[in-house]
Design a protein around this ligand. Structure first.
Ligand SMILES: [Zn+2]
Length: 315
């Protein structure tokens, strides 16, 4: 199989990236915008076009399969997208539709789970039988590899760490419940915290940076304010570290993995949140689990993790 290629597709709410891959390397990559307003068929057609361009003249006989990482709830057995809020999809037979076009095997995983396969086969999870890969970006998700296998769970939702409750009276989460890890540690959670503090009259250079329009507050602006020593920005970022540390301690206590990987856009702020993260992680972890020699490590792949992971399903 090693002389063959596989195709990986990252199907996101704003872009579709497809790549021709071999042994964990992307040989050719194309990126198309996802036009959600044009509907399901249009997105499927864009995926077919992207895959064909990414093939870069290779004949289909040389491609073992197409692996897709998609945001949302996926039935990884059938390759159906059960529900994807970003795409506005309900019960879309994604794998079947691409198989019909290309006549080679197509597999679909949730995007963070796909990224976990990339880390397992070619990244910083390589060589570990048990690890968790936590993605902290606009949302918070994770994938678990247990005894060398990706954990799907009874209803394909294993790894939804973003919706583990940290405080039943905490801030509202996108899922409709209160106090989820994601409501604290995602970019959105951090932004909401800053917005609320400013509404309460807290002083911060962030107000000036967005010229008073607090709806414009985004993670990178909070990062810039932190660079200038802004107290609110630093507090908001440390709060991410505080809760993420507890979340990671809970993962260690519960499954005692070889390591927990962290990745995603929020890691750009790690120099501000890591000390707090380590402090709470070490406080709340069960002592026997804390004896593990390496508790956390950064994920290897950044923007291409999902695409590489899709392709890695066939590697
Ligand atoms: Zn939630």
């Amino acid at each position: 199989m090693s002389n063959k290629y596989s195709l990986g597709i990252d199907l996101g709410g704003t872009k579709i990236a497809a790549g021709l891959c071999k042994d964990g390397e992307i040989l050719k990559k194309v990126v198309f915008p996802t036009s959600v307003s044009n509907g399901t068929q249009h997105i499927l057609k864009t995926m077919v076009d992207a895959a064909k361009q990414a093939m870069d003249g290779q004949s289909i006989e040389n491609i073992v399969g197409i692996g897709i990482g998609a945001a949302g709830q996926i039935n990884s057995e059938t390759g159906d997208v059960i529900y994807s809020p970003n795409l506005n999809w309900y019960n879309v037979p994604l794998a079947a539709s691409l198989e019909k076009e290309f006549k080679i095997p197509v597999r679909v995983l949730n995007d963070v789970r796909a990224a976990t396969v990339a880390e397992q086969k070619f990244g910083n999870g390589k060589g570990y039988d048990n690890f968790a890969n936590i993605f902290v970006g606009t949302g918070v998700g994770s994938g678990f590899v247990i005894n060398g296998k990706l954990l799907n769970g009874a209803t394909n939702s294993a790894g939804e760490i973003g919706h583990v409750c940290m405080d039943p009276n905490g801030p509202l989460c996108g899922c409709g419940k209160k106090g989820c890890l994601e409501a604290y540690c995602s970019g959105t959670g951090m932004e909401n915290y800053v917005k609320n503090e400013l509404k309460k009259g807290r002083n911060s250079i962030i107000s000036d940076m967005v010229e008073g329009n607090i709806e414009l507050i985004k993670g990178p602006i909070i990062g810039k304010a932190a660079e200038q020593g802004d107290e609110l920005a630093l507090k908001a970022i440390k709060r991410v570290g505080y809760y993420l540390g507890i979340g990671i301690a809970n993962v260690h206590t519960l499954i005692n993995p070889d390591v927990v990987l962290i990745g995603g856009g929020m890691t750009a702020l790690k120099s501000y949140f890591m000390p707090t993260l380590l402090e709470t992680m070490n406080t709340y972890i069960l002592p026997v689990a804390a004896k593990n020699k390496q508790l956390i490590k950064e994920a290897k792949f950044e923007n291409d993790a999902v695409l590489l992971g899709g392709a890695a399903i066939f590697a």
